[in-house]
Design a protein around this ligand. Sequence first.
Ligand SMILES: [Fe+2]
Length: 293
Amino acid sequence: MSYTITPMTSHQTGAEIRGLDLTRPVDAELKTRLNRDFAKYHVLVFRDQKLSAAQFAAAGELFGPLHSQHHKDIRALGHPEVSEIRNTEVAPGKYMIAGESFHTDHSNHPCPPRATSLHTVTLPSRGGDTQFVNVHLAYDELPDEMKHRIEGLKAVHAFESRYTPRKMRELSPESRKALPPPAIHPLVRTHPDNGRKFLYMNPVRMDSILGMEDGAAMALLRELMAHATQQKYEYRHKWLMGDMVIWDNRSVMHQANGDYDMKEVRHLYRIMIQDDPALWTAEGEKTLAVMAA
Ligand SMILES: [Fe+2]
């Protein structure tokens, strides 16, 4: 199988892939090519797919084994690693929109997912875009003084930060039991596949920065987020039925938009892809050494 790939921005954030049917077998060569494009563009948009939950899970595995989900109560039937994202009325006229501020997924895990993917089931007639910002570019364009200031800083990521800009969905008892303890991750990391540095930030989960007073830590985070979420770093995805979109949680942050008519349904399948635990273990060990010093 061959495919065409078209960049979606002038800054290599997002590319559209046409000509592939992901229900069909993918050979090793094609898989390597897709992973190379993924490392280059950070967000891949596969058009014209029609995947069942099982087929979607199999397509995701082209990029690695699947990662478990926090919320165990919104799984697709029979597929524990496929969750269902939809606008949900949590009180009369009040809706929960998952992911409605810039973040990277499950950063409170000791080894957060390298990627997340969504596939359309039902879309509203308009709105509901997903925005992505490239945190390699955001890091590259920081003033040298700021790069110097944040080098070596480490943040504590909890399930829900005391300073979160939005409430997280309630955990069911089963989900709470499976929750890992808060994780510590560097604010500046190096991508294992492309060798580029990036900002690793998540305001809904970052609870503190080691060695900093909380007020100063949150002010720094706000400053970095204001920089990193500028439109010049963005690819804004307008969903079409049949899209399967996969993004690299290290290279981009993302956010959902609840700007559509809530009487309409927006329903997508979601999976996440595991990262290499060795990468995070190495960083965790360095963290422990720093903490013990
Ligand atoms: Fe998300």
